[in-house]
Design a binder for this molecule. Sequence first.
Ligand code: NAP
Length: 366
Amino acid sequence: MSEKIKVGVLGATGMVGQRYIKLLENHPWFEVSYVAASPRSAGKKYKDAVANRWLIGAEIPEGVADLTVQDANDEKAALGKCRFVFSALEMGKDEIKALEAAYAAEGIPVVSNASANRWTEDVPMLIPEINYSHLDVIADQKKHHGWDKGFIAVKPNCSLQTYMMPIFALQKAGYPIKRMIVTTLQATSGAGYPGVPSFDMIDNIVPYIGGEEEKTEKECLKILGTVKDGKIENAPGPLVSSTCTRVPVIDGHTATVSLEFDLPDDKKPSLAEIERVWTSFTSVPQELKLPSAPEHPIVVRHEENRPQPRRDRDTEKGMACVIGRLRECPVFDVKFVALSHNTKRGAALGGILNAELLKAKGFFEN
Ligand code: NAP
């Protein structure tokens, strides 16, 4: 293969940024050539900037350890250093929105994990197995802003990744969903580092995550939406009611889901048919053999006490949605427990998969 594409990581010192650095270490297409963070870290060598807070449990990749951290607020500093950037910044929403647009305006595409642009109508919010067709809106986005090479593509909230693929697979197979009740049990790493104080987290569950329930209930509608007239039009449903909780787990978000089909009783799928739909589900990332795509995006387990974060979060390199306890629901139709790795599928590796899709579709070519 020809030379690797040089990439930058904004927010490289944070929880998600560190995952990017590690996951990109031996990536076949991309190579980290640029790291940026807050002015607090700017000017330091990467290894010094993360000295007391490297959380990944393996050595800092050699090629990155000695890079000098730049100020992420200076988009011009990235010019000529990388072809595109991953954004894993934690700042005010308006600041991130302005900064991501500034990089795009300089001709540097932004593949973002931040929530700031998730509701921007001409910005695709990608789960590549589901809404790869939303890439079409990027041409409109560039036109709206007069951007030449730059654009913005984002990832949805990490909690949704636990159940969006199973929902989509069922809808695609002809089993539309009317309503869902979701309770999430979200890992502490989802709050970044240092995150939730240990005194709140040990021996405890926190039944509130600011802004999370709204994201969980609404983002699915954009993901299931369609590109129309230069923007993404939301799908009308399903109607979701969620409760989001923080639990003392390091990595791996779990969700319990009960759902009702939008079908007459005699047309509703059996449990065996639901499992068949899930286990046979593959999509464009698998067809294109993208390097980070899981071979099996949905994995079904039959043990009565699975999935569990510690045992199942790294299934398919942390990119699978692992489902267990599929059974009938006495209130709705069926219920199940789903799990996905929040800083891999839900954050950095999911972002890398987005970039792989963009590369495979030619978005970094000129
Ligand atoms: P984090 O651990 O708090 O890291 C934040 C990063 O942003 C650090 O590199 C920090 O640099 C940088 N930063 C902070 N203030 C800045 C400023 N004023 N100017 C420039 N850079 C600044 O957060 P995280 O958990 O990695 O999350 C990063 C983003 O990913 C957030 O938008 C979050 O919502 C999203 N996300 C997180 C997860 C997850 O599971 N953690 C999942 C999906 C999406 P310093 O180190 O120099 O302070």
